[in-house]
Ligand binder design. Structure first.
Ligand SMILES: *Cc1c(COP(=O)(O)O)cnc(C)c1O
Length: 347
């Protein structure tokens, strides 16, 4: 059998020989002294690409998000986010633990909401209430099926947050995918927010790393908070080099991942026993279920594993396949065929 087709996540990618060479040649220094040339370069290029004043390299997307929340808030404040937001569901209760911030969730549709969903959610200024301080949006939305938040709605929400004096943060771990799918330059999306977190280790294929961009003063505070959390990075250029290589070389190719995801999504659509959830595949994530009475998701995942294909099975009836730069069209066609065969052999 050939090597595994690993569709569990776009975090499983391994550095290419070219990326490894670039990493091995990266100039290094002590980043706590501000002297790592590779981290400095990555921060400059990331800020420039996203149209922001400054950037700070971070070990993970979670850390970027949580430090952004802390930089925008005081204990006792509240943030608004969609109910399946990564910040709220998959970051171990971070806003409450790190920042003393409560989260008020908004029921979305495939991870998206509109200005109308936000209106009326700002608490009155009154000694009883938390202070509504921050709106967080996720684009693309992971649990929303990798859905792309419409830029026009982002702009409407942006105008409202300005008018109301709220900070506006984008969890942009997957915003590279949103930019490519929506045909936008990354800065067109990023400039609508006060701060944006991005990941280099997801679709872009770097081994480790994320960044937070925003105004210079705020990024300065984020640097202090990163230190507070034990995140000073010393010769971190050795990992930032992978991120820099990814930033320069791997954005536009995300289009291939989106095309490959459609191959798998079509197999799900064509199967009378499977259903997409949500029913939209716009980027590289295919979330799907086995219809009730048609068998278990775990059985399907195990069968695929036996044939060399890994998908994630995060809940008993839920599956996710994720395309990335280490799987190609043929891998996805093979997976699609297996999905179709699974039920034929059961009947
Ligand atoms: C993966 C992901 C993150 C965080 O990523 P880590 O680097 O694993 O901490 C944040 N937000 C979204 C939407 C993600 O998909």
């Amino acid at each position: 059998m050939s090597s595994l087709i690993d569709l569990r996540s776009d975090t499983v990618t391994l550095p290419s020989p070219e990326m490894r060479r670039f990493i091995s040649e990266a100039p290094l220094g002590d980043d706590v002294f501000g002297e790592d040339p590779t981290i400095n370069r990555l921060e400059e290029e990331t800020a420039a690409l996203l149209g922001h004043e400054a950037a700070i390299f971070m070990p993970s997307g979670t850390m970027s998000n949580q430090i952004a929340i802390k930089a925008h808030t005081q204990p006792g404040d509240e943030l608004l986010c969609e109910e399946n937001a990564h910040i709220y569901v998959w970051e171990a209760g971070g806003p409450a633990v790190h920042s003393g911030v409560t989260s008020r969730t908004i029921a979305g549709r495939a991870g998206q909401f509109t200005l109308a969903d936000l209106e009326g959610k700002i608490r009155p200024i009154n000694d009883h209430y938390t202070r509504t301080r921050l709106v967080c949006l996720e684009n693309t939305h992971n649990r929303g099926g990798g859905s792309v938040f419409p830029l026009s709605e982002i702009q409407r929400i942006r105008a409202w947050t300005r008018e109301k004096g709220l900070a506006f943060h984008l969890d942009g771990a997957r915003m590279w995918n949103a930019a490519v799918a929506g045909g936008h330059h990354p800065s067109e999306i990023a400039k609508e927010f006060d701060t944006v977190s991005v990941c280099f280790s997801k679709g872009l294929g770097a081994p480790v790393g994320s960044a937070l961009v925003g105004p210079k003063e705020l990024i300065g505070r984020a640097r202090r908070i990163r230190k507070l959390f034990g995140g000073g990075l010393r010769q971190g250029g050795i990992v930032a080099a992978g991120a820099l290589y990814a930033l320069r070389n791997n954005i536009s190719r995300l289009r291939e991942d989106h095309i490959n995801a459609q191959i798998i999504a079509n197999a799900v659509r064509n199967s009378p026993n499977l259903m997409l959830d949500p029913d939209c595949v716009e980027t590289n994530l295919v979330w799907f279920r086995v219809k009730q009475g048609k068998g278990s998701a775990a059985t399907l995942a195990a069968k695929l594993r036996g044939q060399g294909v890994l998908v994630s099975n995060p809940l008993p009836d839920l599956l996710r396949a994720c395309t990335h730069l280490n799987v190609n069209r043929a891998d996805c066609e093979k997976t699609a065929a297996m999905l179709e065969e699974h039920f034929q052999s059961q009947e």
